[in-house]
Design a protein around this ligand. Structure first.
Ligand SMILES: Nc1nc2c(c(=O)[nH]1)N[C@H]1C(S)=C(S)[C@@H](COP(=O)(O)O)O[C@H]1N2
Ligand SMILES: [Mo]
Length: 315
């Protein structure tokens, strides 16, 4: 996966990072070449050895309208910059210690709380949802995620009426995340949404994929998913969720606000400044298909934005 011959469709993915980061990725690709002989057998171990089954009833409410992406493709082509800038970070990511794990839910809430991950799993009602995922780099996938609605978690801490936004903070573990040495990134990885978006039925906290415990490279043990937004909004390996009256500034927005904004809702008609968003490449088949407004979830989310048309909703 690390060594590929670039084709036309790969251009956006290569351009998706600021120029100096692209140079860095090239260096990573060059050094990955040294391990080429190990790459193919490594794929079999992509999900690590310790993934436990995580059965949960599959919801039929949100049919994805596309075939599920083969597990191997979805778990070996990842963005998780804490582990490096190339798509093959499933190997280094296995070093992430996902237990014990706690997630703090705090800020403008009546009952702030630090949850132990295993306690949280017992507290929440788990279900499986098959969602589309559209990366701003113009690739996409369809994954059966196991998890619970974000609203279920927020109910536990009772948001105060002044809370307007939710801020998601990812783990930043110096010892195990080589990407943190790239000090020009404003770590930790931060993302955010409005309280209305967080309360939407689609906003989902993910703890598993393909009927198993979430693999490290997908953001174990807990990540968020907003299926109608570009993938960078979906913070991985969360350690803190904070309700606030300040609009959170994401890591990508902090680096390049003109390209990666706060809202980042999927819209095929609004191009990224450096490439078109009209279509996307499906992980697995490699087929190129048209991108759909709100990534196909307009029925659930379009109403959230009716009063916000002056905002940059699609960048
Ligand atoms: N902490 C953290 N979360 C992250 C990222 C990241 O680099 N670090 N990348 C984002 C991007 S750009 C995408 S497309 C998705 C990728 O999720 P996947 O690897 O499970 O496909 O994770 C998002 N969440
Ligand atoms: Mo992404």
């Amino acid at each position: 996966m690390a060594i590929r011959i670039p084709r036309g469709w790969e251009l956006p993915e290569r351009l998706a990072t600021p120029e100096h980061l692209v140079l860095n990725r090239r260096a990573a690709l060059a050094s990955a070449g040294l391990g080429l002989g190990l790459l193919a057998p490594g794929m079999a171990q992509a999900q690590g050895a310790a993934l436990a089954p995580m059965p949960a009833p599959r919801s039929t409410k949100y049919p994805p309208g596309r075939e599920v992406t083969p597990e191997r493709d979805a778990t070996t082509y990842n963005n998780f910059y804490e582990f490096g800038t190339d798509k093959g970070i499933h190997r280094p990511a296995q070093a992430l210690p996902t237990r014990p794990w706690t997630v703090k839910v705090d800020g403008m809430v009546e009952a702030p709380r630090e949850f132990d991950m295993d306690d949280l799993l017992k507290l929440m009602t788990l279900e499986e949802r098959v969602y589309r995922h559209r990366c701003v780099e113009a690739w996409s996938m369809v994954v059966p995620w196991t998890g619970f609605q974000l609203s279920q978690l927020l109910a536990q801490v009772k948001p105060l009426s002044g809370a307007k936004y939710v801020r998601f903070e990812s783990a930043a573990l110096r010892g195990v995340m080589p990407g943190l040495r790239q000090s020009w990134y404003p770590w930790p990885y931060i993302e955010g949404c409005t309280i209305e978006e967080a309360a939407n039925e689609l906003s989902f906290m993910v703890v598993g994929a393909y009927g198993k415990t979430l693999p490290a490279q997908m953001g174990a043990p807990l990540r968020v998913h907003f299926p109608w937004k570009y993938g960078f909004k979906a913070g991985k390996s969360l350690v803190r969720i904070t309700l606030t009256d300040q609009r959170p500034k994401g890591l990508w927005e902090a680096i390049q606000a003109s390209e990666y904004g706060f809202w980042a809702n999927v819209n095929p008609e609004v191009s990224h400044p450096r490439w078109s968003q009209a279509s996307e490449r499906l992980l697995g088949s490699g087929e190129r298909v048209p991108t759909v407004i709100w990534n196909g979830y307009g029925e659930q989310v379009a109403g959230l934005y009716s009063g916000l048309m002056r905002e940059r909703l699609f960048v």
